[in-house]
Write a new protein. Structure first.
Length: 150
């Protein structure tokens, strides 16, 4: 029964609040890049559309079909992404991965809200869903930069 109790604790009120209030839901009409990522383990998907100006995210939209943990991560990322550089997105992605898989600290600001997902460390089957939005955003930033250089 303790496993059930731990799982219930994982889905804290804060995580559920974040999952219910995901910023920038939807799609952009003419994005510089669009990336869809899927977690093969659970089937969660996230599609990120963005426009880049002066090396920073100028517009951001996301279509999120994920568990509450993936939705909470998307909420934090959606709140922080606009104005970020590719380096900031990649750093946040790498820090989140380290937090989940290697006992690393929570990502730095502006993605420090991802600390709410610290209890998910013990649930390896949830890690891919939690990482989807930052992975898709990093890939979209790379695509947008390549398209703008072409």
């Amino acid at each position: 029964m303790s496993g059930d109790t731990d799982l219930i604790k994982l889905y804290s009120a804060r995580i559920l609040d974040l999952a219910a209030e995901i910023p920038h839901l939807g799609r952009l009409d003419a994005p510089d890049a669009s990336v869809k990522r899927r977690s093969p383990l659970c089937g969660s998907t996230v599609t990120v559309d963005l426009r880049v100006a002066d090396g920073k995210i100028a517009e951001f939209a996301q279509d999120v079909k994920a568990c509450a943990l993936g939705q909470a991560a998307a909420s934090v990322v959606g709140d922080a992404a606009i104005g970020c550089t590719r380096e900031q997105i990649e750093t946040a992605r790498d820090q989140l991965k380290a937090m989940l898989k290697s006992e690393g600290p929570a990502p730095e600001a502006p993605f420090d809200g991802l600390d709410v997902l610290l209890p998910a460390r013990d649930y390896k089957n949830r890690h891919a869903s939690i990482l989807l939005t930052l992975e898709a955003t990093a890939e979209a930033m790379e695509q947008a930069e390549q398209a703008n250089c072409a």
